[in-house]
Ligand binder design. Sequence first.
Ligand code: TRP
Length: 355
Amino acid sequence: MSDFKPLVFSGVQPTGNLHLGNYLGAIRKFVALQENNDCMYCVVDLHAITAQLVHEDMPGQIRSIAAAFIAAGIDPKKHIVFNQSAVPQHAELAWIFNCVARIGWMERMTQFKDKSGGKNAEQMSLGLLAYPSLMAADILVYRATHVPVGDDQKQHLELTRDIAQKFNIDFMEHIRRTDYGIDIKVGDEPVHAYFPMVEPLIGGPAPRVMSLREGTKKMSKSDASDLSRINLMDDADTISKKIRKAKTDPDALPSEVDGLKGRAEADNLVGIYAALSDKTKQEVLGEFGGQQFSVFKPALVDLAVTVLAPISGEMRRLMDDTTHIDGILRDGGERARARADVTMKQVREIVGFLQ
Ligand code: TRP
């Protein structure tokens, strides 16, 4: 198999409300990628129990991520939208990857260190430590090639490549005895392998969206103040109120991007305007340079409401009709299982389990 087909895969955890940062940083990219690619978008419910086992309204959380995908414009007929636990092959491959990966690789992950606060590591679930191994399985159980994620997931994708590479090398002879191998390049070296080397799709025009209350902190679902973020389910009045209350400074907007240095709140609002209007910050300042926030904020409210209110409206509509969204997830799960089943049959043979 040499003409290996590109496949886009990404996942979002069903924990907490989705906000503007998730939309601009991830979901909007997912929507754009579906034009020219085969895409799979997964609600990673198995990951959601790694940090906290019991969740209030887990079904509602899962549905709301799927609803956000659909409301933002992902076509669940052409592509696959599903939840992770519907495809047991993810967990099965993760187990094999737990035996491929080394404990030290997991302990080095900065997200694990952050979440476990270093000292408390012993008190964390074993699942939290093995989180990246399950993430590698999510991607590789479809032998996906491209993964759109935020900056913070880059290290997990490098680990995914390390796991793929170690599997490919450890089982090299076994892979050669089957016809499932693919010819890939590692650096410039041609290699016969089973799993592809995934490419992260990071960056692009998406800004780092910061808190509306404190421009140096990332917009986050765990911030105690709801005024700090625009949730994807917020209605027009709420969006407007949050932007009007957003922290700013007393000066007018500069005409050049350089003038935003040291003005984190101004920089953030200009960045949000730019992202929502598909312009550069410089273009936005070309329009608003010299103006006060009393002029800029109402313009940002109009823009944000125009872009986001239809999405939040559609999300609320979808959340009112759980049979529809559940049907989409069930159908997506079935199609995903059929694909994952092909890979797992081959992996079991490569590893040497009796079929
Ligand atoms: N770890 C990712 C996050 O927190 C979510 C995730 C799980 C994921 N599995 C994935 C992302 C596979 C991309 C591909 O954002």
